[in-house]
Design a protein around this ligand. Structure first.
Ligand code: PMP
Length: 401
């Protein structure tokens, strides 16, 4: 079995030194580092293939097309679905927007979602429909509020599989079928879930979106699963062009079958190579080892935070059904971005501050901006300890009074 030390050796950025010495990278909920195998896969596409897909009959184009479709099948197998239901997008945001712009919803339709939804999950719907917010004060959707929203017969229910603020995972196996029974299309934002837990698509899910870059893959490549039912409902793709049609004459054209109808123009082919390599890397680690490590990191961060009266963890201190994403409010410091800057410049600790693209959550529950500590497979308990000790020092310098 591979140790964290073995894993760390695969990530070139971890060899980088800053003025203070080694870096501690804890900004993985924003994006993860990339292992050498992913970097090599992307570079390999550009240095050895470089051709466009699906259009050429020459060796290079055929090779690129084959790998592109092989990775589609690899992703499909990961999710337990058919390749025709897997669309390559640029990221989670693009996938969620594709669904919102492609579904024929009306302005008085209700779309239900938890208050802690990421801006990318909520904004695509806000200008199109009426939003029914579901209370999520302690990081979990409140059951009675969820049922109250279902009673309004929503056209769509948007789920956050794992919150990028609190790390709490939603009970999708219970809630998604309830939403579908109530007549809603079910859309799942899996941007933070996919990196941390095995993501299986349930038959009641209509759309599931995630990004490669949060799970060791390159930026600019994302995955969108679409159910057959949703594909039928979205019969006019929101973006048309090369690659999306079977034939075109001056008076009409025929739209290609899914998934090609949703992939207009030249896609991020190198990104798809990288995504394939990222999934292989994660397979090599194994879901169980990934989860064990994630739980160790979560417990370490929660207990360090709990031991400090000046910190409050958003979403509470329970480690149950939660991924290793820990956001802390720092009492007596008005500007947590200054904390993040000091952690970086004086201690080499890279983490995020602010509202993490979930501003309504902070506003609704009266939380000030926070600091987010988001470990991943290459982080260690020593790094978590060192980060909280650095936080103590920064806090003593920056606190009011
Ligand atoms: N949803 C969640 C829960 C996220 O954490 C993020 C990224 N912070 C997104 C959506 C958007 O992902 P991307 O920026 O890759 O489109």
């Amino acid at each position: 079995m591979r140790t964290v030390t073995d894993v760390r050796a695969d990530f070139p950025v971890l060899r980088r030194k800053v003025d203070t010495g080694q870096i501690i990278y804890l900004d993985n909920a924003a994006t993860t580092l990339k292992p050498a195998s992913v970097i090599d896969a992307v570079a390999g596409y550009y240095s050895e293939v470089s051709a466009n897909i699906h259009r050429g009959k020459h060796i290079l184009s055929e090779e690129a097309s084959e790998e592109y479709e092989r990775v589609r099948a690899q992703v499909a197998a990961h999710l337990g679905v058919a390749p025709r239901n897997i669309v390559f997008t640029t990221n989670t945001t693009a996938g969620l927007n594709l669904v919102a712009s492609g579904l024929p919803v009306r302005p008085d339709d209700v779309v239900g979602m938890p208050v802690d939804s990421h801006h990318s999950a909520q904004l695509p719907w806000r200008s199109r429909c009426r939003i029914a917010w579901i209370d999520a004060g302690d990081g979990q959707m409140r059951g009675d509020d969820f049922v109250r929203v279902l009673d309004r017969r929503p056209a769509v229910m948007v789920f956050t599989a794992c919150s990028n603020v609190t790390g709490h995972c939603a009970d999708l196996e219970r809630l998604v079928p309830m939403a579908q029974r109530a007549g809603a299309y079910t859309v799942v934002d899996a941007a933070q879930f996919a990196p941390h837990r095995p993501l299986r698509v349930l038959p009641e899910m209509d759309a599931v979106a995630f990004s490669a870059h949060k799970m060791l893959g390159p930026t600019g490549i994302g995955v969108l699963y679409l159910s057959d039912r949703l594909i039928d409902a979205m019969n006019v793709p929101p973006m048309l062009g090369g690659g999306t049609v079977d034939w075109v004459v001056d008076t009409e054209f025929r739209i290609r079958r899914a998934p090609y109808r949703f992939e207009p123009g030249t896609p991020n082919i190198g990104g798809v190579y990288g995504l394939g390599a990222a999934l292989r890397y994660l397979d090599g680690i194994g879901a169980e080892a990934l989860r064990d490590h994630d739980e160790r990191m979560l417990k370490a961060a929660l207990s360090e935070a709990e031991a400090r009266p000046y910190l409050t963890v958003l979403g509470g201190y329970s480690a149950e059904n939660r991924a290793a994403i820990v956001s802390v409010v720092v009492a007596g410091v008005d500007e947590p971005s200054e904390i993040a800057r000091c952690l970086s410049d004086s201690y080499g600790v890279m983490c995020r501050s602010g509202f993490f693209c979930s501003q309504p959550y902070f506003q609704r529950y009266g939380h000030p901006a926070a600091i987010r500590i988001a470990p991943y497979i290459y982080n260690t308990e020593e790094e978590i300890g060192a980060t909280f000790r650095a936080l103590d020092s920064v806090y003593h310098v920056l606190r009011r009074g």
